[in-house]
Design a protein around this ligand. Structure first.
Ligand code: AMP
Length: 468
């Protein structure tokens, strides 16, 4: 089959689904869609190695929907709408986004979908469940709450999808997954997607899937449209460098990753103090706070969203222009996940990593994983040498391991604040430059790229036929 010529119609999808895809602007299937859809339409089990941004949601959702078409109906009786497909995701955000995609794909067919997740009042979910839904997207814990409350039945499920299975395991959902699987009919189609395949994932796959076809797409390969930039910098100067890059290059819609929740909050506060509108999302934020921050970021009212890996995992952010690794992840595969937030669906993106000396070992791991070295670009004025540490930090350097923790320099900063201005550039009010500083445009950035600052997010398409 010639990749360039394959269309969704050629994959065997029904006209009502094709119409929805057309309206969403999907023209060509992505590689994972091209491989998964025909197999899943035939009802085979699938083990997919695919990271966020590859189009894996449509890869599992479209055949799932098509296989439910014989059951699609406009009947009002709940008995006509039992749960027939169950999609499990690790996070609330991913659950919401997957269900939004399902709603969009089912716009022209009378199949109902619903998302249930924890952190919100369970009673709000019960009335909709009672009216009946064919496709349920859920986080494992809340699903089990409903099972316990007897507010849903899983005895007619014929399709199970585990999305981001590795993250579910990381988050301790293994016992919940086992309990859920034990509640399902044994005759069913299973699809499991994971970006990584440690031993536990293989075991989980063995226990759930029935002679699956293994489909691997761009595993551990970063999107070709993402330009990767590494700026070596002293760890104490990362905040200043980040503010400098954002201001001097007029970066907008910047997703910044930190290693800890504490560091995440503090960085957002510091950026705000420096006149850069920022907010933080991490596991300790309430669902309402996370949704509010995400919406503001999508709308462009917040310029920088600082996030931890777990909080950012499920964000559906299309064509996000900039991702910054403020702290390099200790697990190289997280780097691939992080930068998968940019350069999606063929759009240009830039992944900027601020790397201190003690993080170079993590950089080596990343380079090994992605199979290529990333040329470091020193930003003038931010050379990594100790001499560049601002004068107010005159205390003796801490041992590297200790100093590396992002929260420590942050905590000490207020105590050392008698000086009126710690860093002229960092503290200066924001003035958009007419042209970016020559020295601040890293050599690796595509010279032709106009920075993409528009809000290029997919807005959820609501459906009348969802019954919600
Ligand atoms: P996913 O990897 O499923 O999170 O998808 C990443 C983004 O790509 C989502 O915003 C999808 O709406 C979009 N997308 C998925 N498949 C296609 C396609 N074939 N054409 C255009 N956009 C797509």
């Amino acid at each position: 089959m010639d990749n360039a010529l394959t269309t969704f119609a050629e994959l065997g999808l029904a006209p009502d689904i094709l119409r929805a895809l057309d309206e969403m602007g999907y023209v060509t299937p992505t590689p994972i869609q091209e491989q998964v859809i025909p197999l899943a339409l035939q009802g085979g089990d699938i083990l997919g190695a695919a990271q966020t941004g590859t189009g894996k949601t449509a890869a599992f959702a479209l055949p799932l929907i098509q296989r439910l078409l014989p059951f699609a109906n406009n009947g009002t009786s709940p008995a006509k709408h039992p749960i027939r497909a169950l999609i499990l995701t690790p996070t609330r955000e991913l659950a919401i986004q997957v269900e939004e995609a399902v709603q969009a794909y089912t716009k022209h067919v009378p199949l109902r979908s619903l998302v249930v997740y924890g952190g919100v009042n369970i009673n709000t979910q019960i009335p909709i469940l009672k009216t009946g839904v064919e496709i349920l997207v859920a986080t494992p814990g809340r699903l089990l709450d409903h099972v316990q409350n007897k507010t849903l039945m899983l005895n007619q499920v014929n399709t199970l999808v585990l999305d981001e299975a590795d993250r579910m395991l990381d988050m301790g959902f293994m016992p919940d997954l086992k309990r859920i699987v034990a509640l399902l009919p044994t005759q069913r189609v299973n699809m499991m997607f994971s970006a990584t395949f440690p031993e536990e994932i293989r075991k989980l796959a063995d226990s759930i899937l029935n002679t699956p076809t293994f489909i691997e797409v761009a595993r551990n390969e970063t999107a070709v449209t993402v330009t990767q930039v590494v700026h070596p910098v002293h760890h104490e100067r990362k905040r200043q460098l980040l503010a400098h890059l954002i201001k001097s290059r007029d970066l907008r819609q910047v997703l910044v990753f930190t290693g800890t929740k504490l560091g995440c909050n503090r960085l957002a506060n510091e950026l705000n103090k420096a006149g850069i509108h920022a907010d933080a999302i991490h596991g300790d934020k309430t669902q309402q706070e996370r949704i509010k921050a995400l919406e503001a970021f999508k709308a462009g009212t917040i310029r920088v969203l600082v996030a931890t890996d777990v909080a950012a995992r499920g964000l559906d952010i299309e064509a996000l222009p900039f991702v910054v690794n403020y702290d390099l992840p200790h697990n190289a595969e997280d780097y691939v996940h992080r930068i998968g937030r940019t350069g999606r669906a063929g759009a240009f993106g830039e992944a900027i990593s601020l790397v201190s000396e003690s993080e170079t070992r993590y950089l080596r791991d990343i380079e090994k994983l992605i199979g290529s070295a990333i040329e470091p670009t020193i930003v003038p004025g931010f050379e990594p040498g100790a001499a560049d540490v601002p004068a107010y930090q005159s205390r003796p350097p801490r041992p590297e391991r200790h100093a590396e923790r992002p929260e420590r320099p942050e905590r000490s900063a207020p105590r050392a604040r008698p000086a009126p201005s710690r860093d002229a550039l960092f503290d200066a009010p924001y003035v958009a430059p007419e042209t970016p500083h020559a020295e601040s445009t890293p050599a690796l950035v595509r010279p032709t790229s106009k920075k993409q600052v528009a809000a290029l997010f997919r807005s959820p398409v609501k459906t009348d036929s969802s019954g919600q």
